[in-house]
Design a protein around this ligand. Structure first.
Ligand code: TYD
Length: 344
């Protein structure tokens, strides 16, 4: 099986590629990745000399490079490439629309032209918006609240339209918050761990009572692999995690693992439009036979250890250490000017 993976130098894409090459002897992978700030060749350094793996540096929104990748006789596309950080989308949405929407359209057109047999579009539970209670099902209305979530919802709908209009063999997956090795240290968990290694506080947005559903990245990779084999074309599959908890609980658990004092939490103004709670129903995925392989506490501890043991990997990524302070300053000035934080 020959796969075109997009965004394979990113956090989830790189874990997926390693999982596939480790679990399928017949797999070959072309990884189309632009190497933006979040795409890092070091994430797949161990595969650099594997003859089954090839990285093509390029933009998914560029039809020429996408066409070149598809001519290599691709069986299936697994599309991870996306701008994903909510905070960045609040400050500048343009690149989110270009990559997440236009990039998806370019890939879909090429997949149709070259008649690939599967197109897995990797999406997020954030498209459902904040869910005060209960669990989002795949057919629920999309109510994205951040420009990031809106760009993913737009791409999900575009994928759906290619199924209805062109009979494209698409499947959409919507995962909850991922954690694990190689996650860029701007997302909550790696930011917390790496700040605490350096004795810096973690900036907690608002009251910290937001609820997230934490999915270990290797379970996510296993779920996508299953969907690739057994998923039904035209369907959507939620991929949820193993632990629902408030950010405050997550902070306490990581503090316990790392043995850090309480004053390393810095209360900062809330993120504008901050979703209070995400929760998804994964019954459909479980009907395909999916079971989580990792326990939350063990996976979390392993993740903390990974960051403790891999400073060489994350330290260069934090060289622009001011970037978070800059965001927080933005929030402060927005609040001071009376712009709603959008909290529910
Ligand atoms: P994040 O990793 O950005 O994922 P998402 O917002 O897409 O769910 O954030 C996870 C949670 O942690 C979310 O409720 C926002 C919160 N958070 C903070 O409190 N401080 C931070 O510096 C960051 C990055 C996130």
């Amino acid at each position: 099986m020959k796969l075109l993976v997009t965004g394979g130098l990113g956090f989830i894409g790189s874990n997926f590629i390693r999982h596939i090459l480790g679990s399928r002897k017949d797999a070959k992978i072309v990884n189309l990745d632009l190497q933006t700030y979040a795409g890092n060749p070091a994430n797949l350094a161990d595969l650099a000399s594997d003859p089954r793996y090839r990285w093509v540096k390029g933009d998914i929104a560029d039809p020429k490079i996408v066409d070149k990748c598809m001519t290599a006789g691709i069986d299936a596309v697994v599309h991870f490439a996306a701008e994903t950080h909510v905070d960045r989308s609040i400050l500048d949405a343009a690149v989110f629309l270009r990559t997440n929407v236009i990039g998806t359209q370019v890939l879909l057109d090429a997949a149709l032209k070259y008649k690939v047999s599967r197109f897995i579009h990797v999406s997020t539970d954030e498209v459902y918006g904040s869910v005060p209670k209960g669990f989002s099902k795949e057919g629920d209305a999309l109510e994205p609240n951040s420009p990031y979530a809106a760009s993913k919802a737009a791409s999900d709908l575009l994928v759906r339209s290619y199924f209805v209009t062109h009979k494209a063999p698409v499947i959409v997956t919507r995962a909850s918050n991922n954690f694990g090795p190689f996650q860029f240290p701007e997302k909550a968990l790696p930011l917390m761990i790496t700040n605490w290694i350096d004795g810096l506080p973690f900036p907690r947005y608002g009251d910290g009572k937001q609820v997230r559903d934490w999915l270990y990245v290797l379970d996510h990779a296993r779920a996508i692999s299953l969907v690739l084999d057994k998923g039904v074309v035209g369907e959507i599959y939620n991929i949820g995690g193993i632990e629902h908890c408030e950010n405050n609980e997550l902070i306490e658990t990581v503090r316990g693992i790392m043995g850090k004092p309480k004053d390393l939490v810095w209360e900062v103004p809330d993120r504008p439009g901050h979703d209070r709670r995400y929760a998804i129903d994964c019954g459909k995925l479980k009907k395909l036979g999916f079971k989580h392989a990792f326990k939350f506490s063990q996976a979390l501890e392993q993740t903390v250890r990974w960051y403790q043991q891999n400073e060489d990997w994350w330290r260069p990524l934090r060289s622009d250490a001011s970037y978070k302070a800059y965001y927080i300053e933005q929030y402060r000035s927005r609040l001071a000017s009376g712009v709603s934080t959008g909290r529910k």
